[in-house]
Design a protein around this ligand. Sequence first.
Ligand SMILES: NC(=O)c1ccc[n+]([C@@H]2O[C@H](COP(=O)([O-])OP(=O)(O)OC[C@H]3O[C@@H](n4cnc5c(N)ncnc54)[C@H](OP(=O)(O)O)[C@@H]3O)[C@@H](O)[C@H]2O)c1
Length: 301
Amino acid sequence: MSPRDKILILGASSYVGRPLFDRLGPQRAAATYHQRPLDAAVRFDSLSMDLAEVVKDPSSFSHAVILFADKNPESCAADPAGSRALNVESVCRVLDRLRQWGVTPIFASTEFVFDGSEGRRRETDAIRPVLVYGRQKAEVERRIQESFGRHLILRLGKVFGRQRGDGTLFTKWLDAIERGETIRLATDQIFSPVYIDDVIEAVVRLIDLDLSGIYHVAGGQTASRPEFLEMLLEELRRRGPFEPKVARCSLHGLGLNELWPLDVSLDSRKLVAETGLRLTDVRRVCRDLAADLPEGLTQRR
Ligand SMILES: NC(=O)c1ccc[n+]([C@@H]2O[C@H](COP(=O)([O-])OP(=O)(O)OC[C@H]3O[C@@H](n4cnc5c(N)ncnc54)[C@H](OP(=O)(O)O)[C@@H]3O)[C@@H](O)[C@H]2O)c1
């Protein structure tokens, strides 16, 4: 392998990082974790360590994917200084190292850099974060744009998978259904969830095509939680009549620390046009999830 062909994954123990590291493999990627050890990865605490302590051969990396973060808007709002130390200050220290080494950063940003007043946002739309978490991500975005000629800022929509127990959109609902629990559903947020495999494919293609800039990485379907739940239920009902217990409320009625933006949907047409990525249909994932369920689940009430 020629110099600068490797990818550094910072936060490879994350939900996105694990499949990305699996996909690239230890030949092509080096990886870090913080508290959840990962085979072939090294421990890196961005709060207390210098990246130079763990990266001994910086000249072998073309890109570094920055995934580590506190991605929970609620905990960021509850501890703005603590979350800023991780999400902004420690990321900026890492960026300084990457710049010194000539490594291109790939930063995982969020749909929450927008204020939610309008949906299907494009990369050219002005950002206006209203949540602490969104402001932190926006600050890093600005820093990257000011300091790096080549960079990738990937604004991810809500990522979902189909691994039971992964705690993402549909699997969380299925777990609740299986336990006979009531699904609590905020009805008024509009978003465009993206399938984890599409996120991984997007990162790999953007690297391989040597692209630079901001990309929205979100799903092709934009809807509310009740609409997404209905897509799952339609697939479950193919196996028999089924009506789970659902408690509906407004997003702002959930008693969250901040008023979350209501329409955080993103438009990923730039990503699709430039990489040829085919976004996975949400209904296909729902169909697969339903097919994997044990017989009898939909009979339970
Ligand atoms: N998942 C989504 O729906 C979504 C949507 C939009 C944007 N994003 C962004 O995408 C990125 C990945 O998200 P994710 O859901 O995969 O994240 P995640 O599963 O919540 O993982 C967070 C990562 O941060 C690491 N970390 C925490 N504290 C650290 C520290 N002090 N030093 C170094 N690493 C530390 C964790 O390491 P250990 O686990 O080893 O402790 C873990 O690898 C994040 O930047 C997030 O903001 C995610």
